[in-house]
Design a protein around this ligand. Structure first.
Ligand code: ATP
Length: 217
């Protein structure tokens, strides 16, 4: 069965590397990929842009292509966004369909800090997306948990609903939302690092521009 893959994140803001790696994962896994914005991310400071603005940016970013879609269930649920709960919801909807949780290598390395992280493997496969600057020295407890779960061929994920780990080599793009927030706060216009649609509605990027108002000229 064709897998369902999800890429969670704060998307504060969504940038072109999110889209590129999600698209490449869709191709490599032959999967439907959904972007799932978190409402209150439990592992990090609150986002600068509110949920409505982050969703509006995602909608603008995803316009005009068929393969990546948006799933706002974590925003509807409110409270902290625990991935284990999101995956339980999806599992109830999808039956035995393979589900793949996509994580950038930085997020994957931090997995042992997540709520009920070992339970994630009962509900989903994990696809680790390579990310520039992150090397593969996983923490010992993570390395122990994934030993025996590795597969190299994406087709092996199609045969089971959950429990395996695949490392996906995607095009290295050294782009982060942190860097983009800093550029916007400094009064820069990070065109081509952000999807074009984000520049069409000035209100979308306003929360980042207002963070450190520029001195009057
Ligand atoms: P921030 O700089 O605010 O931490 P970010 O750019 O890492 O943000 P997130 O919304 O936290 O963006 O990321 C969502 C998911 O996308 C995470 O799993 C993250 O690892 C992955 N991701 C983000 N940017 C890249 C990239 N350039 N290459 C590979 N994976 C990425």
């Amino acid at each position: 069965m064709r897998p369902l893959a999800i890429l969670g994140g704060t998307f504060d803001p969504v940038h072109v590397a999110h889209l590129a790696v999600a698209w490449e994962a869709a191709e490599l896994l032959d999967a439907e990929v959904r972007l799932v914005p978190a409402s209150i991310p439990p592992h990090r400071p609150p986002p600068i842009a509110d949920a409505t603005t982050r969703v509006a940016m995602l909608r603008a970013a995803l316009r005009g292509q068929p393969r990546l879609t948006l799933d706002t269930r974590e925003l509807a649920r409110g409270g902290p966004s625990y991935t284990v709960d999101t995956l339980a919801d999806l599992r109830a909807e999808e039956g035995d369909r393979p589900i793949v949780l996509l994580l950038g290598a930085d997020a994957f390395a931090g997995l042992p800090g997540w709520h009920r992280w070992r339970a994630l493997f009962e509900t989903a496969h994990i696809g680790v997306l390579s990310r520039p600057g992150v090397t593969r020295g996983w923490p010992a407890e993570l390395a122990a948990e994934i030993a025996g779960r590795h597969v190299a061929d994406p087709r092996q994920l199609h045969a089971r609903p959950a429990g395996q780990v695949i490392e996906l080599e995607v095009t290295p793009l050294e782009i982060s939302a942190t860097r983009i927030r800093d550029l916007l706060a400094a009064g820069r216009e990070p065109r081509y690092l952000l999807p074009d649609g984000l520049f069409d509605a000035p209100a979308l990027l306003a929360p980042y521009r207002q963070r450190h108002p520029q001195e009057p000229r």
